[in-house]
Ligand binder design. Structure first.
Ligand SMILES: [Zn+2]
Length: 155
C-alpha cells in the first residue's frame, strides 16, 4: 500500500532544540528521523517531507541550509507551492524565530510575504503575480518581477 509519510516538529520545539543543540545537529537528526519514517513505510520518492507545525497544528514545508554552524531555514506552505521566506539561524540561536512564527500565523489568515520585498499582502489578491513558488506584491511585480517572470514563460 502506497502512503506518503511526513514528520512534523512543533515550531516551539524546533526553536528549543536549535537553541540547545545547534542547527547542525538538529537538521541532521530531523533528516535521520525522516529517513527512518520513509523506510518504515517503504516510501520510494526522494522528496523530503520534513514539516514545521504552528500552534494551530498547521504544517509548513521546510528545508535547512547549514554551513559551518551558520544557516537558514526556507519555508513554504505545506504542499510547497507558495514560498514563505527564509529565516536566519546561527548555530546556537534561531535568530529569525519570531518573524517565522508571525509569517506562519499570517499564512493561516491568508496573508503572504512578497517574495522580493517581504511586504505582507493578501494571497487571494495575488492575481497572476507568481513565478515558481514566489508571489509578489503589486509594486515589485510592476518594477521588475513581471518582466523577469515573462522571460521564463516566453522561452
Ligand atoms: Zn514586494
Amino acid at each position: 500500500m502506497n502512503v506518503t509519510p511526513k514528520i512534523a516538529i512543533d515550531s516551539r520545539a524546533l526553536k528549543r532544540e536549535i537553541d540547545n543543540r545547534g542547527v547542525t545537529a538538529v537538521a541532521k537528526d530531523l533528516k535521520t528521523l525522516w529517513y527512518k519514517t520513509k523506510d518504515a513505510v517503504n516510501y520510494k520518492w526522494d522528496n523530503c517531507e520534513i514539516k514545521v507545525s504552528n500552534i494551530f497544528g498547521e504544517c509548513f514545508a521546510v528545508q535547512f541550509h547549514v554551513e559551518n554552524g551558520e544557516g537558514s531555514v526556507s519555508m513554504w506552505n505545506e504542499n510547497g507551492q507558495v514560498s514563505l521566506d527564509s529565516y536566519k539561524i546561527r548555530n546556537d540561536k534561531f535568530l529569525d524565530y519570531a518573524r517565522m512564527v508571525e509569517i506562519m500565523e499570517n499564512w493561516t489568515r491568508g496573508i503572504v510575504p512578497c517574495s522580493k520585498c517581504g511586504r505582507p499582502f493578501k494571497y487571494h489578491e495575488r492575481e497572476n503575480r507568481t513565478m515558481f513558488a514566489g508571489v509578489f506584491c503589486e509594486e515589485c511585480w510592476e518594477n521588475g518581477m513581471r518582466k523577469e517572470a515573462g522571460s521564463w514563460t516566453n522561452d
